[in-house]
Write a protein that binds this ligand. Structure first.
Ligand SMILES: O=C(O)CCC(=O)C(=O)O
Ligand SMILES: [Fe+2]
Length: 291
């Protein structure tokens, strides 16, 4: 479930053999775990270790490196806005370097997604079931269809009080899909075009996105499944970093405060074993093209 690496620098170079092994592990649904890879904050960034700067309507602070845009914030002076933005930019760049060093063959295909800062205690967050990440799920974003691309994420626990971030990891993607996909109806005619026309979705919601989103909702809605599905608790200590493809790995975030996260998108064609992609698994199961 976890593949552990002793690296303690974001620029650490990994030999080819380690990289190959890491890519295989990742594509098979394992988590690359770096217990000593700490993201340290600068002195002036320590002030942001408080939930006060997150807009109450948002789950966390978000940042788009390519656009230099920070949102989901409140109570910031202009100077603090710049400081917080530069903290997220530094994390975005560090994460990119880690992927570049560890998963070099992916780099040419990698698309930079959102960076987030998560200073709110996970266990206390009140949300609707669909937004409730304390329930086992695979990631699928309602307004940002990824059209089959892989979701590759880097998380760092930066808790200053030594508190773990606690996840549950569920069963394999195939097992999840076998249980939920047969119960999901095909989309209604015209709905996906309308969502795009109204700009509710940022790009066209493909059949793949439809099934992934419905599966995400169905998993979270099923209380019995949440309790009875085979699962394991995993603790990520403060000062550790992990890399995971969250569209493939069933996960739930149970406890923890103060994390940084970087999302990347990766086209399926960049994978060593394309047949392991959720897109390929669902296409085999439904016996049709989904992209
Ligand atoms: O914040 C976390 O620990 C992960 C939450 C989660 O499931 C997600 O962001 O997809
Ligand atoms: Fe998630």
């Amino acid at each position: 479930m976890l593949q552990t690496y002793e690296a303690n620098e974001w620029d650490n170079h990994f030999p080819d053999s380690t990289q190959k092994q890491a890519i295989s592990a990742l594509e098979e649904g394992q988590i690359l775990y770096f217990p000593q890879l700490d993201f340290s904050l600068l002195a002036e960034e320590q002030q942001f270790l408080s939930p006060d700067y997150v807009d109450t309507k948002a789950k966390h602070v978000s940042y788009l490196s390519n656009h230099g845009k920070l949102w989901g914030v409140r109570h910031l002076t202009d100077q603090q806005h710049i400081q917080l933005q530069s903290m997220l930019e530094r994390f975005a760049r560090s994460s990119y370097r880690l992927i570049q060093n560890m998963l070099t063959p992916y780099t040419a295909h990698l698309i930079m997604g959102r960076t987030s800062f998560r200073p709110v205690e996970v266990a206390h967050r009140k949300t609707s079931y669909r937004k409730d990440d304390t329930r086992l799920h695979v990631d699928a974003f309602p307004s940002a269809p990824n059209q089959g691309m892989r979701i590759l994420r880097v998380f760092s626990n930066i808790n200053p009080h030594g508190k773990d971030r606690i996840w549950r990891i569920g069963e394999s993607f195939e097992k999840v899909a076998e249980q939920f996909i047969p119960k999901i109806n095909a989309p209604k005619l015209g709905t996906r075009a309308l969502l795009r026309f109204l700009r509710i979705t940022k790009s066209y919601r493909t059949l793949y996105d439809h099934y992934m989103l419905r599966m995400h909702h169905a998993m979270k809605a099923d209380n019995r499944y949440q309790q009875q599905a085979s699962q394991r608790e995993v603790r990520f200590p403060s000062g550790s970093t992990w890399v995971v493809q969250t569209d493939h790995v069933s996960h739930a975030s149970m406890q923890g405060q103060y994390a940084l996260e970087q999302t990347f998108y990766l086209p399926v064609k960049a994978m060593f074993r394309e047949e392991l992609a959720p897109l390929s698994v669902l296409e085999r199961m439904l016996q049709m093209k989904l992209s």
